[in-house]
Design a protein around this ligand. Structure first.
Ligand SMILES: NC(=O)c1ccc[n+]([C@@H]2O[C@H](COP(=O)([O-])OP(=O)(O)OC[C@H]3O[C@@H](n4cnc5c(N)ncnc54)[C@H](O)[C@@H]3O)[C@@H](O)[C@H]2O)c1
Length: 382
């Protein structure tokens, strides 16, 4: 059996996403399973080179996970001709500059969303990759989450009939940090450091809505509900970024898509993000894992009564969809597709241009909020 090693510079590996999802759950998981089998039987072994700012942290991560190479010098890592892919899971504001460097060094790029903080920069990166004939991939992990996959399957079977509405709502309470340690990094709440609910989550919601139809126009209201939080050192800081957003999006074909997303809500649902699709023939509600359906024929007659506490058991008339196959990590699933794209030219739709569309969606949501108006969403093409 032939083996092929593929070197990947992984930047931002001391962060949550870089370490857990990209290094451990994807790259090292593929290695642990003996590599990825390509079409010609070759086993592809991705080999990470860890990059970050803190030598001590990198050394510790490398030792813990048995990774041979690490460096604090990104430029030197990118200058290594044996490196084929640059992976960026670092902080949002550093990303575009580092991607540009990597593309100019002739590396394929795989990165987190958002790919930049503004559409013009995002499009510049997408064009640069194309001009240089380099491959690119942007994380759109929710597409491989089991709940959303089930929605896709229902869409493909024609289950919904004519889709009327697609609702997205999430997320959960993020602790302020005074009494309980916060579960998200403090930069998320500082605009000047790349924080913002809109910039963070709208790129995800864009590709989730796109499963049903392209977004045409939207109106959005952002909010900073919690004005002060406490950082990783326990120091109070002012929150300069939005921590919630409420939008209405119109998709092609007149589909209406309300979005409410907040780090200041206490979840009252079985998942942190829920996507509900109502169509003429059926409805479905999916979290990241589960998905329940109700067909037209099984729709209960809704009515209300103040005399009977609960005249209709609405929850009881939904049917949970079975698991068609065992769950594999969503980040790894997309990584494997990208590796096949790089090594054997397999089709891959989630490139820097797709990432730019997510950035545009976020940028326009922000513009709608700041300018108190509906905004049209231009088609950036394919
Ligand atoms: N796909 C998803 O579901 C998902 C979820 C969360 C975050 N993200 C994205 O992943 C990225 C990382 O988020 P995270 O939650 O892992 O953040 P994090 O704060 O845990 O990690 C950020 C990483 O960037 C590095 N970094 C921070 N500031 C830097 C600077 N000024 N210069 C160089 N390096 C710097 C940190 O050392 C760390 O390695 C963000 O762009 C975020 O939008 C994606």
């Amino acid at each position: 059996m032939t083996e092929r090693t593929l070197k990947i510079v992984v930047n931002g590996v001391t962060g949550r996403m870089g370490l857990n999802q990209h290094l451990v759950n994807s790259i090292l998981a593929i290695r642990r399973d003996g590599g990825l089998e390509l079409g010609d039987g070759t086993r592809l072994l991705p080999e990470p080179i860890l990059v970050g700012r803190s030598a001590d942290k990198l050394k510790a991560i490398a030792a813990q996970h048995g990774v041979a190479q690490w460096t604090t010098d990104l430029d030197a890592a990118l200058a290594d001709p044996s490196v084929e892919i640059y992976c960026d899971a670092g902080s949002t504001l550093q990303r575009a500059g580092n991607i540009e460097k990597a593309l100019k060094a002739g590396k394929h790029v795989y990165c987190e969303k958002p790919i930049s903080a503004d559409t013009a920069t995002a499009l510049k990166l997408a064009r640069l990759a194309r001009e240089k004939g380099l491959k690119s991939g942007v994380v759109q992990d929710k597409l491989w989450a089991p709940g959303i996959r089930k929605l896709r399957y229902l869409r493909d079977t024609g289950f919904f009939g004519r889709v009327l509405t697609v609702r997205i709502s999430g997320t959960y309470w993020v602790f302020e940090g005074d009494l309980v340690k916060p579960q998200r990094p403090s930069w998320n709440y500082r605009k000047e450091d790349g924080g913002s609910m809109i910039l963070d989550m709208m790129p995800h919601y864009h590709y989730m809505l796109d499963l049903f139809a392209p977004a045409k126009r939207m109106v959005c209201l952002g909010a900073t509900h919690v004005p002060q939080r406490w950082d990783e050192q326990g120091k109070p800081y002012a929150c300069t970024a939005d921590d919630a957003a409420y939008a209405i999006v119109e998709l092609e074909g007149g589909i209406v898509a309300p979005i409410d997303t907040s780090w200041c809500i206490r979840a009252y649902s079985d998942d942190i993000i829920n996507m509900k699709v109502d169509g003429t023939d059926g409805s479905a509600v999916a979290g990241l894992t589960k998905c329940s359906i109700q067909r037209r024929e099984a729709t209960p007659r809704g009515h209300w009564s103040l005399d009977v506490a609960k005249p209709v058991d609405f929850f009881g008339s939904w049917q949970e969809m079975p698991e068609p196959e065992p769950y594999r990590n969503a980040f790894r699933a997309e990584w494997e597709l990208f590796l096949r794209h790089v090594c054997e030219n397999a089709p891959f739709a989630w490139d820097l241009l797709a990432g730019a569309k997510g950035v545009q969606f976020a940028e326009l949501a922000e513009a709608s909020w700041r300018e108190s108006r509906w905004v049209e969403i231009p088609d950036l093409g394919a």
